[in-house]
Each structure stands twice: as structure tokens, then as C-alpha cells.
Design a protein around this ligand. Structure first.
Ligand SMILES: Nc1ncnc2c1ncn2[C@@H]1O[C@H](COP(=O)(O)OP(=O)(O)O)[C@@H](O)[C@H]1O
Ligand SMILES: [Mg+2]
Length: 419
């Protein structure tokens, strides 16, 4: 029952002490945001902070630290205390169709702080609220648990903190004190009959359908054995489970993928799976092309398995498959989107992403391509820079250097010439 739920856009990310970020940063996000900046400036850091939350919600806080070899590596090295924090704000999407649900929040906020205690990640504070004309309503708050220490076996490690769900509703109020789990997944994912401003379903669905990509052409060509569990994202970061995603698509959605691919590869006739009927066997996907010179084209199709496809084609198949899925991703974050794509294909992908944005998908990409920037609007671009050792995120349109250029000078040229 996705229909009744209104679309909300993630319009701001505030975070501190996470990887490259020391001082708290406020990053404004648009429906389509392009992150630019020199190597090592902090572009991935922003996406990784969101992905950390995504994994912590699907699993737990320590699992979210695993890619970084634990919490201590994740916290900015200059931080005097082993803690980082993240705060997100959503606003209703002004372009979305009106929702029939009553009492929709004007703004939703979610924030948390994580602390490392004996190398374990502990949720120090968590807060979910809705802003209703200046009087916020709280749906998750944090309180100290009297007497309970975080680490009973020594060290002054502070007090255990419990999260309180529904703090303002006496009959529903619930305490939650599992130290490495966020309380948000305990809230409902479906709007109840009356809704009454309940932000849980909106935020939970946002993360259920969020996808973070750092596509790996090698993994994109591997046969995949797994089926997707309800905790897993539509597609894993590297694309290893693309066959599973393709298996979830209807015939019409697969035809849509082929239509998109044809813009780049006009000979492609279809996309198929090696054995769509045996759930337990590893499956791989293939594209089909007509055999040259065949008298009956329909019966003489060439199957080109994933590992024989060009790296760019594998990436395109993954992107188009994601965009054809119903529901589509709520948030789609893509690292170095132009990798492996020719300049014309970059524009095809950009157009596909823009039409997805028009359907309510929020997109954040990182890029090093001035060509791609030339096809973005100034106010869609966020520049990441190191200033005196600090990572700083700024709207490109607000940058004095960028404003100095004559109107009509495209963003890519402003970026490269501005230095
Ligand atoms: N825990 C940390 N403390 C301080 N700096 C860090 C930490 N983790 C990563 N960094 C810095 O962040 C940089 C990587 O940032 P990243 O966001 O991956 O850059 P990019 O803009 O290339 O995506 C590293 O080069 C390092 O300088
Ligand atoms: Mg990066």
C-alpha cells in the first residue's frame, strides 16, 4: 500500500565527526544533487554517512561499522571523543500528487549519535520528531537509564541510555534499550487507518527503498545464488545480485529496460535469465541480439551472457533495472556515475535519472566529469572542499568564485577553470 503515502524529500543532512568531516556540516539536498570535489575531499563521506544509517537500520550499528574495520576508524581522527552524529530533515515533495491521508507532517526530523565504547558502537541518542508549525511532536526521544552503566566491567563509560518510542502517548509509550540497535525500525511501516501525523512509515519506507551503488563490473557479471530477503536493499552496493533484481521485474518492466538499453545499444532485443524457474540455482543474466544474416530473426537470437558484455553495458543494465522496479528506489546514491560510460551514454543515463526524479526518486551522484556538470543546474551542485584540513560542503551556486563567471558559462567550465 504505497499509494496512500505521500512523498517526502530528504532536504538536509547535518553531520559531524564522521570520516573526513570534523566540524558539523549542513548539506542541502535537491531532488537531484551532484557532488563534486577533488579526490579525498569528502564526497563519498556524505554518501557513506547515509549508507551507515541504512545498514544500521537493516542490521545494527556494529554491522554498519564493519566495512570500516570498526567504529574507531569511522570517527574523525581529530575528534576528542569517539562519537559521530547525523541528522536528517525531510519535507513534503511539492511536486507530488496530493495525498488523501490526514495530518501530514510539515517536516520530519531524525537524528542520532553513536559512540564507541570498548570498540563497540553504542547508540547514544536517537530522536524522531515532526515539526508542526513551530511546535514539534516527538516520536522517539532518549533518556538516561538510572543506575545502568554502559560497560559494567570498568572504565568511566557513561550511563546506558534508553530510547522512548511514542513519548507523548502514555498508552503506547515503549522503552527500548538495545545498545547497538536503532529504535526507528520498531515503528510501523504501514500507515494505520488514521495516520495522525505518524512519521514512522514515511522514514521507514524511505530507507527500505534506498539504494547505494558503487557498481563493480566484475561483480555485475557473476552468477547470483541468493534470493532477496526483506531486509536487503533492491540491489547491493556492487551489483552482485543484479540477476535477483531482474527476476523481480515483470515482462513489461524488462521491456522497459530493453527500451532504455536500445538508446545506447540499438541491437539489443531482450534481457533474460539463465534459469528463471529454479530458485536454488545460481542465475546469471544475458542480453539477446539478432544473429546477423539470419532469415528468421525471431528464432535466431544470440545470447550474450553477463560476463561477455562490456563493463558499461553491465552498469547500464543495473541502473535501468533499478529504475524499472516498482516501487523504484526512494533515494538512489551513485558513486562516480560516469565510470565506464561514453559521453553520449552519460547523457542517456542523466536523462533516465531525471525522468526518475520526476517520478519521485531522489538522486545523489558523485562525479569527476565536467561534461556531466555541464548538464546540471548550478543549484543542483554541491562542492566539497578541504579548507585548512576541514571538509566543507557548499552549494556551488553560492560560491563567490563561481558567481564571477558570465551567465552562460556552463558549470563544468566554472568548476575546472575556477580550480
Ligand atoms: N576517520 C577519519 N578521520 C580523519 N579523516 C578521515 C577519516 N576517514 C577518512 N578520512 C579522510 O577522508 C578522505 C576520504 O574522503 P572521501 O569522502 O572518501 O573522499 P572523496 O571526495 O574522494 O570521495 C581520506 O583521504 C582521509 O583524508
Ligand atoms: Mg569517493
Amino acid at each position: 500500500m504505497t499509494q496512500g503515502l505521500p512523498r517526502y524529500l530528504l532536504c538536509n543532512v547535518r553531520f559531524g565527526r564522521f570520516k573526513a568531516v570534523f566540524s558539523e556540516q549542513d548539506v542541502p539536498l535537491a531532488p537531484f544533487t551532484v557532488l563534486i570535489g577533488r579526490n579525498g575531499s569528502g564526497k563519498s563521506t556524505l554518501l557513506e554517512a547515509l549508507q551507515w544509517l541504512d545498514t544500521a537500520l537493516r542490521k545494527d550499528a556494529n554491522a554498519a561499522c564493519d566495512p570500516y574495520r570498526g567504529m574507531r576508524e569511522l570517527v574523525n581522527k581529530r575528534s576528542p571523543r569517539p562519537t559521530f552524529w547525523l541528522g536528517l530533515t525531510w519535507n513534503p515533495d511539492p511536486d507530488a500528487p496530493a495525498s488523501p491521508l490526514p495530518s501530514l507532517p510539515e517536516q520530519i526530523g531524525y537524528s542520532f549519535e553513536v559512540r564507541s565504547v570498548k570498540r563497540q558502537a553504542i547508540i547514544q541518542r536517537e530522536h524522531l520528531w515532526v515539526g508542526q508549525a513551530g511546535a514539534p511532536q516527538h516520536w522517539i526521544t532518549t533518556k538516561l537509564e538510572p543506575g545502568k552503566r554502559l560497560a559494567p566491567t570498568g572504565g568511566s563509560t557513561g550511563r546506558q541510555r534508553a530510547r522512548v518510542l511514542y513519548p507523548e502517548a502514555e498508552d503506547r509509550r515503549t522503552l527500548f534499550s538495545s545498545p547497538d540497535r536503532l529504535a526507528l525500525p520498531l515503528g510501523p511501516i504501514d500507515p494505520d487507518g488514521e495516520f495522525l501525523g505518524n512519521p514512522f512509515p514515511i522514514v521507514r519506507r524511505f530507507f527500505r527503498d534506498a539504494v547505494f551503488l558503487r557498481l563493480s563490473p566484475k561483480n555485475l557479471s557473476n552468477p547470483s545464488r541468493t534470493t532477496r530477503s526483506s531486509e536487503e536493499p533492491l540491489l547491493d552496493e556492487e551489483g552482485a545480485r543484479l540477476p535477483v533484481l531482474l527476476r523481480e521485474l515483470s515482462a513489461e518492466q524488462l521491456a522497459e529496460v530493453v527500451e532504455q538499453l536500445k538508446q545506447v545499444l540499438p541491437d539489443v532485443e531482450g534481457v533474460g535469465l539463465s534459469d528463471a524457474n529454479h530458485r536454488d540455482l545460481p542465475v546469471h543474466y544475458h542480453l539477446t541480439e539478432p544473429m546477423l544474416g539470419a532469415s528468421q530473426p525471431a528464432s535466431r537470437l544470440l545470447r550474450i551472457p553477463a560476463w561477455m558484455l562490456s563493463e558499461g553495458t553491465r552498469r547500464l543494465t543495473a541502473l535501468f533495472a533499478l529504475l524499472a522496479h516498482d516501487p523504484p528506489p526512494s533515494l538512489l546514491c551513485i558513486e562516480e556515475i560516469e565510470n565506464g560510460l561514453d559521453p553520449w551514454t552519460v547523457i542517456v543515463v542523466l536523462n533516465a535519472l531525471r525522468s526518475a526524479v520526476a517520478r519521485g526518486v531522489q538522486v545523489i551522484v558523485t562525479t569527476h566529469s565536467p561534461w556531466l556538470l555541464d548538464h546540471a543546474a548550478l543549484d543542483e551542485i554541491v562542492r566539497v572542499r578541504r579548507q585548512a584540513g576541514e571538509t566543507v560542503y557548499e552549494r556551488f551556486a553560492d560560491d563567490a568564485e563561481v558567481k564571477r563567471f558570465r551567465d552562460g558559462v556552463p558549470p563544468g567550465a566554472r568548476y575546472v577553470r575556477g580550480g
